[in-house]
Ligand binder design. Sequence first.
Ligand code: CO
Length: 651
Amino acid sequence: MDDFATTATMIHPLDPLGIAELAVVRDRIAAHPGFNDKLRYSGTELREPPKPAVLAWRPGEAVVRAARSVLLDTGNGDVFEVITDLNRGAVASWEKLPLDQAPYGQPGIILDEFFRIDQIVKSDPAWIAAVKRRGITDADLPLVQVDPFSAGNFLYPEEQGRRLVRAVSYWRGDIKDNGYAHPIEGVVAVVDLIANRILTLVDDPVAIPIPRRKRNYGRDDLPPPRTDLKPLNITQPEGPSFATDGWEVRWQDWRFRVGFTPREGLVLHQLSIQDRPVIYRASITEMVVPYADPTTNHYWKNAFDAGEYGLGKLANQLELGCDCKGLIRYFDIPAQDDHGTPELMKNAVCMHEEDYGILWKHYEFRNGIREARRSRRLVISFFATVGNYDYGFFWYLYQDGTIQLEGKLTGIIQTAAVAPGAAYPWGGMVAEQLGGPTHQHFFNARLHMMVDGERNTVTEHEFQPRPWGTDNPHGNVFDVTSRTLSRELDAAREADGRTGRYWKISNPNATNSVGKPPAYKLAVMPSPLMLAQEGSAVRKRAGFATKHVWVTKYDPKERFAAGEFPNQHQGGDGLPAYVAQNRPIENEDIVLWHTFGHTHVCKPEDFPIMPVEYAGFMLKPNGFFAENPAMNLPDDAGHDVQDGDASCCCS
Ligand code: CO
């Protein structure tokens, strides 16, 4: 919508890189002696200044700007990290990364490769023979859908140090046919992206027929739309209640800055309420989807959608009226293609307000006082489509001080072909001859906390019945335990729904209205953690998904839950490695990492497109305010005006 470089009153150290800055990056890299025309961009992001420098910065002061690019040499597989100093307009460093040695790791898959893989696979005679054995004809071949999946790392000797994907494929009757209804089972091409050939072709001896029933969702294939829905419009005749200045957002007492990276997508910076900081930086740094089917097409499927594909790179360009409703403020995101050419992702981030029912209410029958206030929340969100799945990431800010992140999971499930009349043992049948492998979705939120100050402490609490005794003569007493997580290895924790375990992030150097440290509470859903066995490849590579809560001492180098280069990494990087340092975390500058997710047993209702499933968490003020901070809401805010009558609703 806007060109922020011209509408912002000033540039801030945390502003995302602009189109002009990305052009400088491309030009300076292209002019560098290390450049060659086989180099492709895996991504360029703002190199954020250290936190102390950002906090010390004042409006009007000079801003240090630098960009970090990861480049892949598609000719020989070399990977470079390049820092461009944007103040000087020069490449500051050009370093080859040691990703060709154990424990390996690769930059995420780039768009250019998606198209190349299709050609490589379809020109391989052995692959053609394998799919023909399953009923594919020469006429079918151009329409076959080839899905490149990140390869994982199963320690197969021939795969170490190579840049690979594993490709599965689907029959399609026409270009708009939903291929996921027609999996070609038992054929996997391991593609070497540097040699541009199939390294290994797996072709199961038993050929399961391809399910042919079409299950489409295009406009022309849907059932006739129902006719009993009347319009439901959101009107805000006086405009929204938020204001923006460049990338800064103000909404009532809330204030934050919008950021965006190719890997994480949306980032919230410097989130504060009533001018008191709560979170310095918040984002989803990783996610992983391990599948629980041991057969040829599935056992290796465990895409790390942030580190292997890039949630920001795959962000949707949202359309008004579809994803968000009401008075929308979109943010266009400066990005670049594989060649480094800047481009604008239109409407990639959406911000609006939503009515959220009752915030508080009481009717006092003794004196007739009747007060109620409606809740309103600010929504800032984006959607990323990663292959078959679509993930929405919605941050919500509420008037009572609550912060919520809700992941919305939709799109199309992975599918498996099942022989006619056979059962599918590794998940649920979703249609005739079509199974959906059971799987888990894990997300990890990185929350650099700053509750009322730079140094915070995390405490763990749970409910515990008190034994009968002189201090519990009626048996009704129960306690809330409290223990401080003082070192990183003590702070890798699991949720427990039975004891209602929760965590508080507090500032021990301040005192609230009742003599305690001001705090926010992390409220989690005690969903299953990683169910793959100890020693399995995915468990080693996604160690972050073995605990719900992790706390680390802030280190700017520790940015991602599964490490910098999870693609084809042998494992052990990320949170397990960070906390192995066992640094003190009490009254320190700390990062709270939260793993949450959804364990998915597929069912017919998931097809052809699954209704949204939710996974997320909340941060709620807990002794942060001296009273309900929303007592000052006016009683007529947000009233609907129906036929000129404004006397409805709340009080
Ligand atoms: Co799922």
